[in-house]
Write a protein that binds this ligand. Structure first.
Ligand code: DQA
Length: 151
């Protein structure tokens, strides 16, 4: 397994998990999500770098940083998923295995959430399983990293 960590990147409003729209996102906090991800990755011999920002520019800079420092990316870009061509371009530029993650099933929700602008720039998309979406993404990345499958 790579000596580099998987970057688990979280976008806007995900710092509010556990408080925001609990009927949609449940009561798990982002601190809980981080702990589950860390344990799950460790069981697979992987380390993670877990971050959250409300800024699109910061997310883009972290993806650029990941190009050299990470072995793969799991990204929950929050609402930027549906709006950001810049995130799409950054993920392409990273040339790393990458998985798009959502807690909720975006296809079961409002129509404006059905379209992801970043989906064509990642290996795959996992949505609808709450915190397990992140764990499934880490499992997927562990095999993508082993087989060195880029986007
Ligand atoms: C989300 C889904 C997005 O549509 C929404 O804007 C979020 C969270 C999810 O994890 O289900 O902020 O990415």
């Amino acid at each position: 397994m790579s000596s580099k960590p998987v970057y688990v990147l979280n976008g806007p409003n995900l710092n509010m998990l556990g408080q925001r729209e609990r009927e949609v996102y449940g009561s798990t906090t982002l601190v809980d999500v981080e702990k589950h991800c860390r344990d799950h990755a460790a069981e697979r011999g992987m380390a993670i770098e877990f971050r959250q920002t409300n800024s699109e520019g910061e997310l883009i800079s972290w993806i650029h940083e990941a190009r050299d420092k990470a072995c793969g990316i799991a990204i929950n870009a929050g609402a930027y998923t549906h709006t950001s061509v810049a995130l799409h371009d950054a993920l392409k530029a990273a040339e790393l295995p990458a998985v798009e993650v959502h807690l909720s099933n975006i296809h079961k929700r409002e129509e404006f959430r059905h379209k992801s602008l970043i989906a064509p720039a990642v290996n795959g998309v996992i949505c609808g399983f709450g915190v397990h979406s992140y764990l499934l993404a880490i499992t997927a990345l562990s095999s993508l990293v082993t087989s060195n499958k880029k986007v």
